[in-house]
Design a protein around this ligand. Structure first.
Ligand code: EPZ
Length: 417
């Protein structure tokens, strides 16, 4: 298993080009199941999760033709295997996203229930409930979701909880349903909007994506399209926090400032100097930061995927601040690891109280999930001495060439096998 070795203490400065968003690319790849036409995608990040999804789609029958850098063309003309097997789903829960499109286009689908995951139980009951509301017959047997529907019918669905992939699954299913579907209490994340834009380019009739109520008028069929994946707002946020913590100056290029308003606000509250242009964001800091309270909630509030990164920032800021996680029940596994680096954190329920310390000390730490690993990289960049982060396969799921990008910014970091 690979590890990352970091010598902390360097300030980071320069420009970094942001990759395409993992959480937009994953649902958009599954949209290839909705049409026999070619789906030409660009700015697709080269990540473990993306290759996992391409392998699953290939297994189902989608032809995957890689193009030049970060481009791929998918064609779902023939889909002999309308199923997502456990072996594939267990490595990536986003595989559940093949359920809606496969059922909508072919009238049947067999998808393994995703198991639990490190950050929480993450049920998919709302995906299933929504499809049943559209007329699907669904039974759960031997750990698989067996879904059937002659043709899905439009329905008015109020989602009990805001769910990103739930909204995406139902939006894709509704695109080919007979009649109109209204998703109330829908997720408003920018990745949901990016998927909607791609579906609209394929001929779908969707209104209100990005608001809490999405209306989809079903059409008989969709056609191929070309779509460029939006920038990854979480990768962007992670690099901006690195600039603030190391007391440097980083400009993130190919970014989308309009998707990071809450994160940019928090960085300014912490005392960093934040400026932006249409497609770039820059953060400059002298490294002297105030601790900032954060409370995660669905977009446009502060994103749960940036919670661990801001916990790292608070560890070395002056003062105390609370970090409250309201989305997942177990997304504080980075706390134990940060404590090994000398952080002062007390957890009670869903809130961690972080008291800034003058300095973190390098140590061996272990990545437990994707964003926790990013948090440990940030902490290692400012810790005195050497930090080794083990099990960085978690990191490779969501960050494209992170050690290369950080090295270009002046970090002393290398991958050890
Ligand atoms: C998406 O996961 C993202 N993944 C996650 O990013 C992100 O943390 C999460 O949204 C929240 O923003 C992708 O987009 C591939 P949810 P998702 O369904 O859709 C409960 C990363 O680091 N819920 O919005 O699985 C659930 O338990 C990953 O890139 C139900 O109760 O999250 C959770 O408490 C991690 N029933 C809450 O909703 C359901 O049927 C939000 O989950 C579905 C969800």
């Amino acid at each position: 298993m690979d590890s990352l070795l970091i010598h902390g203490g360097n300030t980071l400065a320069g420009e970094v080009r942001i990759s395409g968003a993992k959480n937009a690319a994953l649902p958009i790849l599954t949209a290839s199941l909705l049409t026999a036409g070619p789906l030409q995608l660009s700015n697709v990040p080269q990540l473990k999760d993306i290759s996992t999804m391409l392998a699953l789609l290939g297994h189902m029958g989608v032809t995957v033709t890689p193009g030049e850098k970060n481009c791929v063309t998918l064609c779902g003309e023939n889909i002999p295997h309308k199923e997502a097997p456990y072996e594939m789903v267990k490595t990536m829960r986003a595989s559940i996203l093949v359920l809606g499109p496969t059922l909508a286009r072919f009238g049947e689908a067999r998808v393994s229930l995703p198991g639990g995951c490190a950050i929480g139980s993450r049920p998919v009951d709302l995906h299933i409930k929504g499809l049943q509301a559209m007329g699907a017959e669904i039974r759960i047997e031997h750990g698989y979701i067996h879904a059937k529907a002659k043709r899905l019918k439009g329905a008015h669905i109020a989602m009990d909880v805001v769910t990103v992939t739930g909204t995406e699954n139902l939006m894709m299913a509704a695109a080919l349903a007979d009649g109109t579907t209204v998703l109330a209490n829908a997720a408003r994340e920018p990745e949901v909007v990016d998927l909607a834009n791609c579906l609209i380019a394929m001929g779908a009739k969707i209104e209100g994506a990005g608001s809490g109520v999405v209306t989809i008028h079903g059409v008989p069929e969709l056609h191929g399209a070309a779509h460029r994946i939006m920038p990854d707002r979480i990768e962007t946020g992670t690099f901006l926090v690195a600039a603030a913590m190391t007391g440097g100056k980083i400009r993130a290029l190919d970014a989308a400032p309009e998707t990071l308003v809450s994160v940019m606000g928090k960085l300014a509250d912490a005392g960093a100097h934040v400026t932006q242009g249409d497609h770039w964001i820059e953060v400059e800091s002298d490294g002297v930061l105030n601790a900032v309270d954060v409370r995660t909630a669905p977009h446009p509030a502060f994103p749960t995927d940036m919670q661990a990164q801001f916990m790292a920032l608070n560890c070395v800021a002056s003062g105390a601040a609370s970090v409250t996680e309201t989305i997942f029940e177990n997304r504080f596994m980075h706390v134990q690891e940060l404590r090994r680096l000398g952080a002062n954190i007390e957890v009670s329920g869903h809130t961690a109280l972080v008291r800034g310390v003058p300095r973190l000390d390098g140590a061996i730490v272990m990545a437990t999930d994707l964003r926790a690993s990013a948090c440990l990289v940030l902490a290692g960049l400012v810790a005195a001495g050497e930090t080794t982060i083990e099990r960085i396969y978690h990191l490779d799921r969501g960050y494209e060439r992170i050690e290369e990008k950080l090295t270009q910014l002046g970090a002393r970091i290398k991958r050890v096998h």
